[in-house]
Design a protein around this ligand. Structure first.
Ligand code: ADP
Ligand code: MG
Length: 310
């Protein structure tokens, strides 16, 4: 088995909620293989279909059509076994606030039939740094603690795949670092990780493979390096000492344009173009550079580029 998850021709249309409402197509013929052992990022803006995909894997949303295999188990044929192979940390916090973290983890393991002597409750509490909160009411935990508890809960039955839906949306820097560390360590231990995010930076930092979803369609699915090289595009601005009369010759290939009277803005790909060349041209044209600033492409640019290319 090569893939931890195989998704083929997956479609989801949410039915209209009322007479005046319209049905909503959330996923259109999605094909996605998630290699065993990877940290896989499903990247896309809000409303792209990330949670829908995850929730179908979790058995929380019914697909309209298509096939899903988790750990080689078809979710239609072997729903229980498929579910046991995956641990899901949903986007929304969902646990009974009247239990303590220790009870919650124990109950969760019990739901999956893990015998008492094989339960990892203490180990998991320690992992997410909640050992000292094991007996507090869960409702009394802070938002960050609750999220950590959700991670522990998803791991209670020791699934070989862990899926995190927007694990760091709205969390502080410290918790984000801690979640990333946990993710890396689990992956080192052999757990396949799938995470969704709308932060390009997060996928870049953590994932070895990234798929991009936009309006319910996969627009890219590549090794991180390949993908980043493809979207490797920088905007650079030169503020000059004097007013620019004409854009100097030779800068056309950098898409040079004037911005106000003293600034030149250009786009280039650091992969195959060298910023030194721009500076040479400006100096030869006797234009003195006062300041340089750059902008890396953000997610919006990436979608524009990828969808334009397709
Ligand atoms: P993401 O997680 O990428 O932000 P979602 O999968 O939550 O996106 O949503 C994809 C699309 O499906 C959105 O247009 C959203 O409004 C719609 N959608 C999500 N859940 C429902 C639902 N329960 N009923 C109707 N439409 C939904
Ligand atoms: Mg979502």
């Amino acid at each position: 088995m090569q893939n931890a998850i195989e998704i083929s021709k997956l479609n989801k249309t949410y039915k209209a909620a009322g007479k005046k409402a319209e049905a909503k197509v959330a996923l259109k013929d999605i094909d996605l293989n998630i290699p065993k052992g990877s940290i896989f990022g499903l990247l896309g803006p809000n409303g792209a279909g990330k949670s829908t995909t995850i929730n179908i894997l979790a058995g929380l949303v019914l697909k309209t059509s298509g096939g899903v295999k988790i750990w080689d188990l078809d979710i239609d044929e072997k729903p229980r076994n498929a579910k046991a192979a995956i641990g899901i940390v949903p986007q929304e916090i969902n646990f009974d606030p009247f239990f303590t973290p220790r009870q919650l983890l124990d109950i969760q393991a019990g739901l999956y039939g893990v015998p008492k002597n094989e339960r990892r409750t203490e180990e998991l509490l320690k992992m997410v740094e909640l050992a000292d909160k094991g007996d507090s009411y869960s409702r009394a935990l802070s938002g960050g603690m609750k999220r950590r508890l959700m991670v522990a809960k998803a791991l209670a039955h020791s699934p070989p795949i862990l899926v995190l839906d927007e694990p760091t949306a709205g969390v502080d820097v410290e918790l984000r670092q801690m979640l990333w560390e946990n993710v890396r360590r689990l992956n080192d231990e052999g757990v396949t990780i799938v995470l969704t995010t709308h932060y390009l930076e997060e996928a870049e930092e953590l994932c070895d493979r990234i798929a991009i979803i936009n309006h319910g369609e996969i627009v890219a699915n590549e090794e991180k390096e390949t993908l980043l090289a493809r979207i490797d595009n920088k905007e650079i601005r030169f503020r000059l000492a004097d007013e620019i009369v004409d854009v100097p010759n030779g800068l056309e290939k950098f898409n040079a344009a004037k911005e106000g009277r003293r600034t030149l803005v250009m786009r280039y790909s650091p992969q195959d173009q060298c910023v030194g060349e721009i500076i040479d041209i400006l100096q030869k044209a006797k234009l003195e550079i006062c300041d340089i600033s750059t902008d890396e492409s953000d997610l919006e640019d990436v979608f524009l580029q990828l969808t334009r290319a397709a």
